[in-house]
Design a protein around this ligand. Structure first.
Ligand code: NAD
Length: 479
C-alpha cells in the first residue's frame, strides 16, 4: 500500500478513486470490469440564463451519471457556489456504491448548481430551480424511470416540490410523474420521515455499531451511546437531525457544534434545538449564550470527544489536521469528509471510521420508499392497518374474556391493549424499513471487516460489499 501521507492532498474525485482502487486490489474482477465500474458514465453541463433583477444571470449546473447497472439512477441536487464537475462526479460515484450497499435498486447519479442560495429570495430561487429542472428534464436527466434526484446540501423539500411540478408541466400525461424526484413535502407526494431520514440513519448506524461489543472495543470505547460526548460539524438537515435524535433518544451529549462562522463548545452538552433556533434567527452560531464560542471553528474537529460527526462538506479532515484528530470514532454523515490521505493517517492511529456510503444512506433509503409509494399510488399501510388492528383486537378480546372468566389469576398490563391494538402508520413503517436497512447493511460490512484478514477497516469492507454487488449486476447482464 502506498504511503499517501507523503503526497499532496488528493481532490475529492481522486480520493474516491484511491479508496476504490484500494478495495479492487483485493478483488478478483474480470479484466476491464474494474475500469467500467470506476469511471463516470456521463456528465452533463448546462449553462442557462434567467432574467432577474433587471438583468440576465447565467448559471452553471451539472448532472452526472456514474453507473447505470440499475435504473433509474439516483442522487441529490446540491446548491453551493463551490459545486464543480469533479465534486459532482465524486458524489455520483459514491451514490452508486451507497445504493449497492443498502440494496436500493438504483444506479448512481448526482447534480449540482453553482449558486449560493442565500444570495437569492424565494421567488428568484423558484425561477432558477424551475429553469434548471427544465434543462435536465428535457434530456431525461429528471425522469421517474431514468433519473430521480433528491435533496442535498442547499436544497430541501421546497426545491423538490418545484422540480416535481416543473416535470409535471412538461409531462402532463405521465401518470408516474410524482416519482420523478424524491424528498418532496408530504402534501406534494412525499413520504413521512424523509426530511429527517439521513440524520435518523446516522442515529441507527451508531445504535447498530454500539450493539457489537467487539466493534466498540476496536474504537477504544465502552458502554452505550448514553453519555457519549459528540462533536457535530454542520447543523443543517443531516447534522441537526442526527444530533437531535442522539441527545433526545440515546442520552448522548453534543459537546461541540461547528458551523460556517465558528464553533460552540460546552462540555455539559449543548441544547441542539436552542442552537438551531439561534442559527435560524442570526444566520450563525456566534453570540449564542450557553457555550464558549471558538472563532476558528474548524479546530474543534480536533477536540477531545468520543464521537465526531462531520455533517457539512467534503475534505474537512485532511492531511493538514488528521494527525491531530482525537475522536476514536468518526461517523461520516457528510459525503467525503475524510480525504484518502487523512483516511490512511487515521487508520494507522486506530481511529474507527463509519464510512459515508453507509452512514448517510438513510436519505436514499427513504427516498426509495417514497419512489415506490409514488409508483404504487398508495400510502404505505393503507390496506393493512385496520385489518391488522382487527386481528389484534380478536386476541385482546379473547384474553379479556379469559381473565373475566377468572379461570386464570391475571390481568393485562396497563396500556398493553392500546399499544398492541394500534396498527403501524406510514411513519412507523418507514422507520422500521430504515432501521432494518441500516442494520442489514452494517452486518454485511461487518462480516467482511471481521471475516477477512486483509480488511482492517469498515470503509474497505463497505467498498468490497458494494463493488461486489455492482460487479455481479454487470456480469449478469453479460458485460
Ligand atoms: P444542509 O445545507 O442542510 O446543511 C449543511 C450545514 O453545514 C449548514 O448548516 C451549513 O451552514 C453548514 N456548513 C456549510 N459550510 C460549512 C463549513 N465550512 N463549516 C461548518 N459548517 C458548514 O446540507 P445537508 O443536506 O445537511 O448535507 C450535509 C452533508 O450531508 C453533505 O455532504 C451532503 O452531501 C450529505 N448528505 C445529505 C443528504 C440529505 O438527505 N440531505 C443525504 C446524504 C448525504
Amino acid at each position: 500500500m502506498s504511503d499517501m501521507s507523503n503526497l499532496k492532498e488528493p481532490g475529492f474525485r481522486e480520493s474516491v478513486d484511491l479508496m476504490f482502487n484500494r478495495a479492487v486490489a483485493l478483488m478478483d474482477l474480470p479484466p476491464g470490469l474494474e475500469e467500467k465500474i470506476r469511471v463516470c458514465n456521463a456528465t452533463y453541463t448546462v449553462r442557462f440564463g434567467v432574467r432577474l433583477r433587471g438583468a440576465i444571470h447565467t448559471f452553471t449546473g451539472y448532472r452526472s451519471v456514474h453507473s447505470e447497472h440499475m435504473e433509474p439512477v439516483k442522487g441529490g441536487i446540491r446548491y453551493a457556489s463551490s459545486v464543480n464537475q469533479n465534486e459532482v462526479e465524486a458524489l455520483a460515484a459514491l451514490m452508486t456504491y451507497k445504493c449497492a450497499l443498502v440494496e436500493t435498486p438504483f444506479g448512481g447519479s448526482k447534480g449540482g448548481l453553482c449558486i449560493d442560495p442565500r444570495d437569492w429570495d424565494v421567488h428568484e430561487l423558484e425561477q432558477i430551480t424551475r429553469r434548471f429542472a427544465y434543462e435536465l428534464a428535457k434530456r431525461d436527466l429528471i425522469h421517474p424511470s431514468q433519473n430521480v434526484p433528491a435533496p442535498d446540501m442547499g436544497t430541501g423539500e421546497r426545491e423538490m416540490a418545484w422540480i416535481a411540478d416543473q416535470y409535471k408541466r412538461m409531462n402532463t400525461t405521465d401518470i408516474n410523474s410524482n416519482a420523478c424526484v424524491t424528498g418532496k413535502p408530504p402534501h406534494a407526494g412525499g413520504i413521512a420521515g424523509r426530511v429527517e431520514a439521513t440524520g435518523r440513519g446516522v442515529q441507527y448506524a451508531l445504535k447498530e455499531f454500539f450493539r457489537h461489543p467487539e466493534d466498540i472495543k476496536m474504537a477504544g470505547l465502552s458502554g452505550s451511546l448514553e453519555g457519549k460526548r459528540i462533536v457535530v460539524q454542520g447543523l443543517g438537515n443531516v447534522g441537526y437531525h442526527a444530533a437531535k435524535f442522539l441527545t433526545e433518544q440515546d442520552g448522548s451529549l453534543i459537546t461541540g457544534i461547528i458551523e460556517r462562522d465558528g464553533a460552540l463548545v460546552n462540555e455539559a452538552g449543548l441544547d441542539v434545538e436552542a442552537v438551531r433556533r439561534w442559527i435560524g434567527a442570526h444566520g450563525g452560531v456566534k453570540g449564542y449564550a450557553d457555550a464558549t464560542f471558538v472563532e476558528n471553528g474548524i479546530t474543534v474537529l480536533e477536540s477531545d470527544c468520543d464521537i465526531l460527526i462531520p455533517a457539512a462538506l467534503e475534505g474537512v479532515i485532511n492531511l493538514g489536521n488528521a494527525a491531530r484528530i482525537q475522536a476514536p470514532l468518526i461517523i461520516e454523515a457528510a459525503n467525503g469528509p475524510v480525504t484518502a490521505g487523512a483516511d490512511e493517517i487515521l487508520r494507522k492511529k486506530g481511529t474507527v471510521i463509519i464510512p459515508d456510503m453507509y452512514a448517510n444512506a438513510g436519505g436514499v433509503t427513504v427516498s426509495y420508499f417514497e419512489w415506490v409509494k409514488n409508483l404504487s399510488h398508495i400510502r404505505f399501510g393503507r390496506m393493512q392497518r385496520r385489518q391488522e388492528e382487527a386481528r389484534h383486537e380478536l386476541i385482546v378480546n379473547e384474553l379479556e374474556r379469559l381473565s373475566r372468566d377468572k379461570e386464570f389469576d391475571w390481568t393485562l398490563s396497563p396500556n398493553f391493549k392500546e399499544k398492541y391494538l394500534r396498527g403501524a402508520d406510514e411513519l412507523e413503517l418507514v422507520r422500521s424499513g430504515l432501521d432494518d436497512t441500516m442494520r442489514t447493511a452494517y452486518q454485511a460490512m461487518r462480516e467482511v471487516w471481521h471475516g477477512r484478514a486483509d480488511v482492517t477497516d469498515l470503509r474497505m469492507a463497505a467498498y468490497l460489499v458494494s463493488i461486489g454487488r455492482v460487479a455481479s449486476s454487470y456480469t449478469a447482464k453479460g458485460l
